[in-house]
Design a protein around this ligand. Structure first.
Ligand SMILES: Cc1cc2nc3c(=O)[nH]c(=O)nc-3n(C[C@H](O)[C@H](O)[C@H](O)COP(=O)(O)OP(=O)(O)OC[C@H]3O[C@@H](n4cnc5c(N)ncnc54)[C@H](O)[C@@H]3O)c2cc1C
Length: 435
């Protein structure tokens, strides 16, 4: 089947509008407020005062929350189209919020839309979709995130309430969130993939407390936005369960397929920015009386980034196309492939560009340190690289069978020659036939 990443002319006109809007209206806000977490603070009048009029213009253009189905006010776009949108939005930390598709709120909204009751949709989904509140997804626990079998945070039903006990770790943006969606063990006696459920916990709720905000590499202790949470006899109404009891991991899968594609395509934009910065730098900066670009080693560094970016972009678009053609479930290896490729591509390209800028590259006056850190984090957030590589290999290996021969692989030349000699015995020269 031909692979086609083209879009309708009307949609291309939208892409052109988005590109210009992000460049002219949103990117200046990045310069004023470069903090990536401030995006989630919906109570900040200074930043929201800038963002809300832009959101209004996006709504007027009919481009608000494009990832959602029309029934929820979105455009119901396919994955390739959304990938092309995210390739633009990824240029700016504020752009996704301006267009109503900020992760993790976009994924959280998707699962409430998909599995929520009418009451849950009214209480949590409506303000989330309107961009009025932020949310948190809390799955990881301090004793281990990559392996769900380590999860111990429980919810036990007591009359018309669930009682939650345990801890959650790295609940991103908890300090700005109005509610959290937590993965909790509701049946410890069955395998975790059938015994875990998702539950909605408004903030504040008695019994849910913040142990501390965990900061990333560059942040001062106490300044981070990743919540380390304690639940002590934390009670929520029985109707706060999201979807069926025991369906937590099924729901999580719904959330992650599209999210990984969007993250990857936004990372294409980050890499493009770094590549462009590198290009500008090496034709501007001089050494030994000539531009840096006159140094072969520097040109090779630039070429390595260009090649890596081209490969990555096509890989992401192809994964999006696979999802459009066959659905997320059948395209799991393609999505896992881009999840693995994303951190490597971002860190490699950001590192080369940072290095090419010398000491300036290492400062907080350029976004390169932040890009490098983002690359590292993308190898952990939503599961470490190794786990996704493993899942990919397991799925692809289902298409392989052991070799037919007892000792040698199917491509073993002497073995193949014997078969070929037999097949063409009548036509071969006797000398070759006996060889
Ligand atoms: C920036 C950021 C944001 C995050 N946001 C959230 C959030 O909002 N909500 C949330 O719930 N979590 C969040 N996380 C947590 C993230 O999902 C976990 O860090 C991740 O799942 C890994 O879990 P862990 O940190 O406990 O590492 P561990 O499970 O301890 O793994 C440590 C390392 O061991 C290796 N490893 C582990 N398992 C395997 C395996 N099966 N095969 C081979 N090697 C393996 C890998 O190298 C891995 O990096 C975030 C993390 C980061 C860095």
């Amino acid at each position: 089947m031909a692979i086609d990443f083209s879009v309708e002319p009307e949609f291309q006109a939208n892409l052109d509008w988005i590109e210009q809007f992000v460049r002219e209206e949103v990117e200046p806000i990045d310069a004023l407020f470069p903090s990536q977490t401030l995006v989630f603070d919906k109570q900040n009048e200074e930043t929201q005062g800038l963002i809300r009029p832009l959101q209004e213009r996006v709504r007027e253009r009919g481009l608000w929350a494009m990832h959602l189905p029309p029934s929820l006010g979105g455009m119901g776009l396919g994955n390739v189209s959304l990938a092309l949108v995210n390739e633009i939005l990824g240029r700016s930390p504020w752009a996704s919020s301006v267009f109503g598709c900020q992760a993790p709120d976009s994924g959280n909204a998707e699962i409430i839309a998909h599995y929520g009751t009418d009451q849950q949709k009214d209480t949590y989904l409506a303000p989330l979709l309107d961009g009025l509140i932020s949310s948190t997804y809390a799955m990881t626990e301090p004793q281990g995130g990559a392996d769900p079998m380590n999860f111990t945070c429980t919810a036990v039903q007591d009359g018309d309430e669930w009682v939650i006990n345990g801890q959650k770790w790295f609940a991103s943006n908890f300090k700005y969130a109005s509610f959290i969606i937590a993965m909790v063990i509701t049946d410890p006696d069955v395998p975790v993939h059938r015994g875990a459920s998702m539950i909605l916990i408004p903030k504040p709720t008695q019994g849910m407390s913040l142990i501390r905000n965990v900061g990333l590499i560059h942040e001062e202790p106490g300044e981070g936005a990743h919540g380390y949470l304690q639940f002590d006899e934390c009670r929520v109404p029985a109707e706060n369960l999201l979807g069926d009891e025991g369906s937590g991991f099924k729901i999580a899968q719904t959330r992650l397929g599209g999210g990984r594609l969007h993250h990857a395509m936004r990372s294409v934009a980050v890499c493009r920015r770094a590549l462009d910065m590198m290009g500008e730098r090496i034709v501007s900066r001089r050494t030994k009386g000539a531009p840096l670009a006159d140094q072969q080693a520097v040109r090779h560094s630039f070429a390595d980034s260009w090649i890596q970016l081209e490969q990555f972009r096509l890989q992401v678009l192809h994964a999006a196309w696979q999802c459009d053609q066959n659905g997320y479930d059948k395209a799991r290896e393609y999505v896992a492939g881009i999840k693995v490729a994303t951190p490597k591509t971002v860190t490699d390209i950001a590192y080369r560009t940072l290095h090419g800028h010398g000491a300036l590259g290492a400062t907080n006056e350029l976004p390169l340190g932040a890009m490098l850190q983002t690359g590292i984090m993308l190898g952990l957030a939503d599961g470490p690289t190794e786990v996704h590589k493993d899942n990919l290999a397991r799925k692809v290996l289902k298409g392989y069978r052991p070799s037919a021969g007892e000792f040698f692989p199917d491509m073993h030349l002497p073995t193949r020659r014997i078969a070929a000699r037999e097949k063409y015995a009548d036509l071969l020269e006797p000398q070759l036939a006996n060889w």
